[in-house]
Ligand binder design. Sequence first.
Ligand code: BGC
Length: 466
Amino acid sequence: MAALALAGALSCSAPPEPTFDEQVLAQTAVGHTLPRNFLLGVTTAAYQIEGGNTASDWWSWEPGRFPTGRPHIAEDARSGRAVDSWNRWTEDLRNLRSLGANSYRLGLEWSRLQPSGPDSWDESAAWQYHQQLEALRAAGITPMVTLYHYTLPQWVADRGGWEAPEALELFRAFALRAGRRFGDVVDLWLTVNEPTAVSVAAYGGGLWPPGVSDNGRALVVLGTLVRAHAVAARALHTGDTADADGDGRAASVGFAHNITLERPASGAWLDSVVASSGDQLANEAVLRAVLTGSFDLDIPGAPSVHFVDPSLRGSLDFLGVNYYRRDRLRGDLSNLGRPAFTVPTDDTASASDWELYPQGLYDALLRLSAFRWPIYITENGVDDAADTQRAYVLRSHLWAIEQARAAGVDVRGYFHWTLTDNFEWHLGYTAHYGLFSVDFADPALPRTMRPSGHVFQEIARNIGLR
Ligand code: BGC
């Protein structure tokens, strides 16, 4: 009897596992449990959309080739005009409004604002950013602004990029200036986008500038980026003293952390080892560092990195979570630092071979809630030119958020990656993440809403935003 009662009590208190069935979700009013002040928006990154950012390290990287002869950018593409958003931002704003978004995450391109050195400042560019931010506010769209989304001014790269002794000071000064100049229209800030992704791709895998293939250096740069977040967060709080939305807080600062579910590809011991160290690297180490002030990484195949920096503690007002996929990892004893990825063979694989796994967002949110930061999903999306998966991606990840909130997790917003197709880093223009497609053959770069844009609108309606 007692055992039965206990079983009953347990089953009452444990939240039911949500279902992510596509047919069921298509019949569900996804979003209807979210409050009106929930932020529903899209994310962009300055370099990927603006065009003409010629003073950046990416600009000089693009025309190069890897030692194998492969071009740095797929199909030898250049960012060039990108989608010309610098000149077409009013059209982009119209499209944002048509989606029913009440928020927009966008980037400031450091190399545009400070094109030639620490004392340079392009006030006409600053003026235009300010105009955009004001226009967003006037349209009832809350901006969230990213300071560093993978691109450095060339003059910073020339000094050694994130490995330069003065890198933290240069970033701090930029953040202070950004806070002062845009603080009257911005309250939500992200310092660094995906510290792990950029350190691994640029310094470990040699895929992005500066093209270094050294896991040890990548881990050191990761630690530097966590510290860059902390110094920029302090500078933003100093520089931004204007409360743009009147909620009593002039600035809330986070960074966007790419959370990836790292799972073993099989029951083999080695697969579990690489999955667990992958989890340390991708997810845990950075969060522990900002929680405790102690950065500790012991990854097979790379020298350990440990340091204590008390200023990391308390540097996060909220956590930005970029969530796209689950990885299934296979270890290889002869190359422990580079586990292989198993690509799903069913329709859970995106065109970029990322495994779509919305349940993983739910699981990650429950795990992250232990850290007690408010959470925004600052990116989620899919490479899907044919638009056959995006509707499900939207519904299922918003559903995961609703279920996590019902289980007590403080999730305050969702930003979809991305508004229009754009320059997708090393993939050039071969990946398609936009709610709007872009006709790159037409010099006017016309944007057309994909059918999944209507699902975004439907979710906005279910929240009560349209
Ligand atoms: C990055 C974006 C990128 C997207 C899709 C994210 O992790 O922040 O810049 O375009 O992934 O690859």
